[in-house]
Design a protein around this ligand. Sequence first.
Ligand code: IPE
Ligand code: IPE
Ligand code: MG
Length: 231
Amino acid sequence: MDERNGQRLPRHVAIIMDGNGRWAKKRLLPRSAGHGAGLKRMIALCDHAFSRGIKTITLFALSTENLSRPQDELDALFELFREYFRKNLDNLIRKNIALKVIGDLTLLPEDIQALARGGEEATKDGTAGTLVLAIAYGARADILSAVNKAVRAGKEVTEQEFSALLSTSALPEPDLLIRTGKEKRISNFLLYELAYTELYFSDKMFPAFTDRDFDIAIEDFSSRERRYGKV
Ligand code: IPE
Ligand code: IPE
Ligand code: MG
C-alpha cells in the first residue's frame, strides 16, 4: 500500500483485459483488429499506471484456454506479441521497468518464447516498477506445478513456501484486480494469489477502457476497507 496526495494506492494492480472481440464486432471489424486496439491501449495504460505510482502491474494477455481459439485468431495474437516484444522493450528500459512473463511458454511458438525470455533479460535491472505479462497462463496449471514441485521435494510446505513455488513467487499479492468487458468472473487467473484482493469490474470493453476509467477504479479502491477476516 502506498499513499499519494492522500489517496491510498494499490501497490500491485492485476488486469483481466477482456472485451477486444466484442469491441471489434460492434465496429464491424475482425476480432484481430480488436486485439490490435487492445495492445495499443495496454501500452498506454501501463505508462499511465506506472506514472501514477503503481509499482507492479500484472496483465492477463492470453489464457491456457484461449489457446483453443481458431488458428487465425491465435496467429494474429502471436503476431501482436512479437510486435510488442520487438517494439516496446526500449520504452520499458527507458522507464526503468522490469518485464516478467508468466505462463507455460512452451505452448507458444518458439520464437515468442525466445523474445519473451530476451525481454526479461534486457529489462532485468529495472527498479522503478514491474510489468508482468501472463501469456498461455492458467492458475490451476500453475498451482498444480507448484504442488508437484512440493511432492517431488518430499515434504509438506507452509503457505509461504507454497507461494514461493508459484510463478508469481517474487511478486506481492495483487491489491486490486480490474476486469474489463462486463463479465464478472476470474477465468482461471491468479486463483491462489487473489485470496484477499479487492475486485473491480468495468462494463467497458478493454480497448475503450481509458486512463480516466483506471483512475476511477483506483479511487474506488482507495475507499475500500480491507479487513482480512478481522473486525
Ligand atoms: C480478451 O478479449 C483478449 C483475449 C482473451 C486474448 P476477448 O478476445 O476475450 O474479447 P471478447 O470477450 O470476445 O469480447
Ligand atoms: C479471460 O478472458 C482471459 C484474458 C483476458 C486473457 P476470456 O474471454 O478468455 O474469458 P471467458 O472465456 O469469458 O471466461
Ligand atoms: Mg473474452
